[in-house]
Design a protein around this ligand. Structure first.
Ligand SMILES: C[S@@+](CC[C@H](N)C(=O)[O-])C[C@H]1O[C@@H](n2cnc3c(N)ncnc32)[C@H](O)[C@@H]1O
Length: 210
């Protein structure tokens, strides 16, 4: 571990708070994914945002278009920020893996970069759970940093944490194993606007339950 003291997701994102929103505001891939989602949704759709962060831009964009958004985040600071910034959405502070939600309730689920602090097995289990939460014909919009790493220590925006992910083919295989078909795929290299950030590959998928 060489002196790294990784902390759980809640502590990392409590420390980052609004700094995360500023650093990632320019992600063109996420905006393209959100635009595509808006085009696909019927009026007044129910959307679950997993790892909702500060509520911007995901919950704010979706509520602004008249959709009904529930955000879930394990970081109390993020939930407080999101509740203040996006008063028309609802936010819950919880670990999505442990939260009981009604199955077949959501027209769409967003999970932008919120799987990375879970082990690979948990990512697959969670994707299966998200599939059960969707209505037939619903949409999962998911994004990750597609690297072949398992439980490795990293420093992200100055914060020590452990991450797990898959290379692009591995992530596609995981989403497929969870019971989804991929409708749209977009990859790009993005450099967060933060002094301690480095360019990162980003992979965005839109998927529907099989
Ligand atoms: C990298 S940030 C992305 C935030 C937002 N989705 C975005 O794209 O702007 C990941 C978010 O997921 C949350 N998160 C990580 N693990 C989680 C879990 N097990 N349950 C709920 N939220 C989680 C973190 O607290 C953080 O706010």
């Amino acid at each position: 571990m060489d002196g790294l003291r990784p902390r759980p997701a809640a502590a990392v994102f409590d420390a980052l708070g609004a700094e995360y929103e500023r650093a990632f505001a320019g992600s063109a891939g996420r905006l393209a994914s959100l635009r595509r989602l808006l085009d696909a949704l019927a009026p007044h759709s129910r959307v679950l945002d997993v790892g909702s962060g500060t509520g911007r831009p995901t919950a704010s964009t979706l509520t602004g278009a008249g959709h009904d958004v529930l955000g879930v985040d394990v970081s109390p600071v993020m939930v407080e920020l999101a509740t203040r910034q996006v008063p028309d959405a609802s936010f819950v502070c919880a670990d999505i893996r442990e939260l009981d939600l009604e199955e077949g309730k959501f027209d769409a689920v967003c999970a932008y970069f919120s799987l990375l602090q879970m082990g690979r097995d948990d990512q697959l289990r969670l994707l299966r759970k998200l599939r059960r939460l969707l209505v037939p014909g619903g949409v999962l919009a998911v994004a990750t940093v597609p690297l072949d790493v398992e439980d490795v220590p990293v420093v992200f925006m100055g914060q020590e944490m452990r991450v797990s992910s898959f290379d692009p083919d591995g992530f596609l295989a995981t989403v497929t194993a969870a019971g989804f078909s991929v409708l749209w795929e977009h990859s790009e290299l993005f450099t967060p606007a933060h002094g301690a950030a480095v360019p990162e590959p980003e992979l965005f998928l839109h998927c529907c339950p099989d």
